[in-house]
Design a protein around this ligand. Structure first.
Ligand SMILES: [Cu+2]
Length: 179
């Protein structure tokens, strides 16, 4: 191999290794940014970013899709959602029962107002909404733009009578507690 080529290949390889080591280290802190305690008691802030990276062709929230990241929130807590979509592709977020993730159109939010505005049109680049999770069960934060949810654009939302504090769990790893 040409020496210059070899060097550049080695450098690329090293940089790649460094970048992935850095990504590993940063992971807990990064994930913690997606869940935090609100200003009032029994209030949790949830940050949902559409097309956070290229995963699932951009049809992801916070870099995850198909429910591989799950928010677990105690029943009765108030959930303040902040939604952002920096991508030119339309995306939205709607809270629905988890079984709706298998539908082409996900329909209305389970709780009144628990979605970004006009979720099927999905032109809002950012939105804030609040709902009270007053009923336990398996729900999901889904993208309401037609077909996206079916393509995997959703995260899990478990409203739990047993949970003591809100947590965010990615790929079954150690849950990150809201602080
Ligand atoms: Cu979407």
């Amino acid at each position: 191999m040409d020496r210059r080529l070899f060097l550049s290949a080695t450098t690329t390889c090293l940089l790649g290794a460094l970048a992935s080591a850095e990504a590993e280290e940063k992971k807990p802190a990064d994930e913690a940014g997606f869940i935090s305690l609100g200003d009032k008691p029994k209030t949790v802030k949830v940050l949902i970013i559409a097309t956070y990276n290229d995963a699932n062709h951009g049809m992801n929230f916070n870099g995850h899709f198909k429910g591989r990241a799950v928010y677990t929130i105690p029943t009765g807590w108030t959930v303040e959602v902040q939604f952002k979509n920096a991508s030119p592709v339309p995306h939205s977020v709607v809270v629905v029962e988890e079984e709706k993730t298998r539908k082409m159109q996900v329909g209305d939010p389970y709780w009144d107002g628990a979605s970004s505005p006009d979720p099927t049109v999905a032109i809002a680049k950012q939105a804030k909404f609040t709902f009270v999770a007053d009923e336990s069960g398996d729900y999901a934060f889904v993208c309401g733009f037609p077909t996206h949810c079916l393509a995997g654009h959703w995260l899990g939302l478990e409203i739990s009578d047993e949970a003591k504090a809100p947590v965010y769990t990615v790929d079954g790893e150690e849950p990150v507690e809201a602080k």
